[in-house]
Design a protein around this ligand. Structure first.
Ligand SMILES: [Zn+2]
Length: 178
């Protein structure tokens, strides 16, 4: 086994589940981390012939999960705005693992950490959906729209699934919660 292959499987790390969002949303993060999202590079590694490996958003780099969801210019701006919304310092030069662990360092109560974890998982899910909409339907969305969708979707899920949490949209949209 090549070291590069070995490094792609990280059995020591478990992507934390979050029951405030539907399972399918959290699955995107887990699949991304395990290199099991069908990005162009991941498909090619599985032996599928892909003629064009470039990222559909920037057309400059190969499409890996890490590039698409974290380090691409598009993703970096989305993360910057999401971190601003949640009033936390942006992380510089971060990886998917940093995103998945960011809630641990987030200031505030356990509920607030969990809410921020929701936001991170929904952000990954939203960027992945945006890529699929663009690739398969040709539908584009502005960064502002993506960030708004992250706020609205995460609010609806937390509102309906977190029975112990009582908050309004006005509180959520400025992340003034718990
Ligand atoms: Zn790109």
């Amino acid at each position: 086994m090549l070291l590069a292959d070995f490094n792609r499987v990280r059995p020591d790390y478990v992507v934390k589940r979050n029951n405030w969002i539907p399972k399918k949303v959290g699955m995107v993060a887990w699949r991304a981390y395990m290199e099991r999202l069908p990005t162009r590079v991941a498909l090619q590694r599985r032996g599928i012939t892909i003629h064009n490996l470039e990222c559909i958003l920037c057309r400059e780099y190969c499409e890996t999960s890490d590039h698409l969801l974290v380090s691409s210019g598009f993703a970096q701006i989305v993360w910057l705005l999401v971190f601003q919304w949640c009033k936390t310092d942006p992380i510089i030069a971060f990886s998917l693992r940093d995103i998945l662990d960011a809630h641990q360092k987030f200031g505030g109560s356990d509920k607030k950490k969990k809410a921020f974890h929701v936001v991170c998982l929904v952000t990954l899910w939203s960027i992945w959906n945006l890529r699929n909409d663009l690739m398969f339907v040709g539908k584009t969305k502005s960064i502002a729209n993506v960030v708004e969708e992250i706020k609205v979707k995460s609010f609806i899920w937390v509102k309906h699934r977190a029975k112990e949490v009582n908050m309004s949209w006005d509180q959520w949209r400025v992340f003034d919660v718990f």
